[in-house]
Design a protein around this ligand. Structure first.
Ligand SMILES: Cc1ncc(COP(=O)(O)O)c(C=O)c1O
Length: 357
């Protein structure tokens, strides 16, 4: 059933100002946003409106206590220019998992998916057609109740904004295995896509970049030896013909790309083992010549091939060739462009909205 989402469109579209071959990453936004208010225990007034600033009380609880979560997903174009979403119901489920951990209200899955479909239906002209490019969608929720004191807020906003994006990380990446700072501890918020997790990662990421790396490779909080994930990606290692990826343990974000890649690798006949894996094991595999490929998986980048991992005084370097990583990247890109059969039913077509004033 379609949610009743009121749509008000602008007559002053900025679409003509964007050059899809040179998109300023993360800085370009489409003309509209979806917005919905949580008040009196219910989500109210779902609407699509021209994108604009949101008046915020200086005591809004998200600003002080950090009740804020988000999702990341992409819209692509398929056959006959149909806008497509990739597994949106999985983002809806993860959003609610994050909301529950942060003491925030859930958003009915149907409302989440419909919000995303309808904003894409309005903004379809902003989906860049170039291969590897997409319209990045950012659903998020934050506590906007003005209140000083530690308790769950009673009012929230659920918003979806859209930003056209070119291909991320087109080159191979270098990771820095962090031994001082941690991303997530047992019992913490690592499995939630909570804004605070990213705030805590900013300083270590800047330090890793200053050392010449692209992203941090997070290790566990207790012993600093078990590999968890990368800045905004999960990680896979190809060792002696098989794939190993850290098992999700409550501290790792359950990536939708991770889950899709496990399925695709198995489709290709590879064994995929989800288990705890230490950085020392990876060094050992590398020394024995068994480390064949390593890559990160995430919505922003799909697949990012890894060139090297720095850890204390060691530098683990990966072989130059990455046939399976490349195949996974192509497979995902082709499914998302409807150039390859969608065997697992991951693609959701979106109907284009007539622009209503
Ligand atoms: C910390 C973290 N891990 C993993 C991922 C990959 O998740 P997904 O494949 O659902 O984008 C992301 C990106 O959302 C992330 O921010």
């Amino acid at each position: 059933m379609e949610q009743q989402i009121k749509i008000t469109t602008t007559s002053d579209s900025k679409l003509k100002d964007i050059d899809f071959d040179n998109i300023p990453l993360g800085k370009a936004f489409t003309d509209h946003m979806f917005i919905c208010d949580y008040e009196d225990g219910a989500w109210q007034n779902p609407r699509i409106e021209p994108l604009e600033f949101i008046p915020t009380h200086p005591a809004a609880m998200a600003l002080h206590y950090g009740q804020a979560i988000f999702e990341g997903m992409k819209a692509t174009v398929g056959k006959d220019n149909t806008p497509l979403l990739f597994r949106p119901e999985e983002n809806a489920k993860r959003f609610n998992h994050s909301a529950a951990r942060m003491g925030m209200p859930s958003v009915p899955e149907e409302l989440f998916v419909e919000a995303v479909k309808q904003i894409v239906g309005v903004e379809y002209g902003w989906i860049p057609p170039q291969e590897g490019s997409a319209l990045y969608l950012r659903p998020f929720m934050y506590a906007d109740e003005p209140f000083i004191g530690m308790r769950a807020a009673t009012s929230y906003k659920f918003i979806v904004i859209c930003s056209p994006a070119g291909p991320f990380f087109t080159k191979k990446i270098r990771l820095y295995a962090e031994t001082k700072y941690i991303r997530a501890a047992d019992g913490g918020t690592g499995e939630a896509k909570a804004a605070g997790n990213y705030a805590a990662a900013i300083l270590p990421t800047e330090k890793a970049k200053a050392k010449g790396y692209d992203q941090v490779l997070w290790l566990d909080a207790n012993e600093h030896k078990y590999i968890q994930e990368v800045g905004t990606m999960n990680i896979f290692f190809k060792v002696d013909g098989k794939f190993i990826t850290p098992s999700t343990n409550g501290s790792i974000l359950k990536g939708i790309t991770r889950d899709s890649v496990i399925t695709l690798l198995k489709d290709k006949g590879f064994e995929v083992v989800e288990r705890p894996i230490t950085i020392d094991e990876v060094i050992e595999f590398s020394k024995e010549g068994k480390l064949e490929e390593a890559f990160g998986t995430g919505t922003a980048v799909a697949i990012a091939m890894i060139e090297a991992i720095g850890y204390n005084e060691e530098l683990i370097t990966l072989p130059d060739t990455n046939p399976v990583s490349q195949d996974m990247k192509n497979t995902l890109d082709e499914i998302k462009a409807q150039k390859r059969e969608d065997k697992h039913g991951w693609i959701t077509p979106v109907s284009i909205k007539e622009k209503v004033k």
